[in-house]
Design a protein around this ligand. Structure first.
Ligand code: 5GP
Length: 179
């Protein structure tokens, strides 16, 4: 059966995203005053958020990336996570801030946190732009949360559907239509 999709509506505007990202950057800068922090982006969804967030952070920071993928269909993640690309940097004794686009079930971050905490960072915290708290299946301690959102499939500002829509300036809700 063919599937079409369309953007149902805008959920978070470009200006709301900009001001919230600025607030998050200020909060992070206060918390890490006098320290250096390694921003760890999870490819590819967090790239746009990380690029904007980093420019709102005033303490010294590095950027590094990991690529993980969870098995599942197009719009639902599963419990199994596969690591495709590791960090370049050694994080032993460093401040690490995982920068994520969205937390849904929490499975992906649970695995990432397990792997990174075994490397003995000085601190390991999570910053997510979007949080679907009602969908959580495993507990994830989130230090910085951009927006709580309802249970809907969202795209834009880095988030994709079949690799498209990442370049939208706003977050929208995607509707899938069976044809
Ligand atoms: P979790 O492991 O927490 O269930 O899922 C996290 C990953 O699933 C995210 O990094 C993202 O790649 C994907 N994901 C979850 N919800 C959405 C959504 O509403 N839209 C998009 N584009 N991806 C999502």
């Amino acid at each position: 059966m063919a599937q079409l999709e369309q953007i149902e509506r805008e959920l978070i505007s470009e200006s709301k995203i900009r001001s919230r990202v600025r607030e998050l950057g200020q909060e992070i800068s206060r918390d890490f005053d006098g320290e250096t922090v390694i921003l760890v982006g999870l490819l590819k969804g967090s790239v746009v958020f990380l690029a904007d967030l980093a420019r709102e952070i005033t303490v010294p920071c590095h950027m590094d990336f990991m690529s993980v993928t969870s098995y599942g269909n197009d719009t639902e993640s599963s419990g199994e996570v596969r690591f495709l690309k590791d960090l370049d940097e050694d994080i032993n004794g460093k401040n690490v801030l995982i920068v994520e686009d969205i937390i849904d079930t929490g499975y992906t971050l649970r695995e990432v946190v397990k792997v990174l905490s075994a490397r003995n960072p000085k601190t390991l915290k999570i910053c997510t732009l979007l949080n679907k708290a009602s969908r959580r299946l495993v507990e994830i301690p989130v230090a910085y949360n951009g927006f709580d959102i309802p249970d809907a499939f969202v795209i834009g500002y880095g988030l994709d559907y079949a690799q498209r829509y990442r370049n939208l300036k706003y977050i929208g809700i995607l509707k899938l239509i069976e044809k």
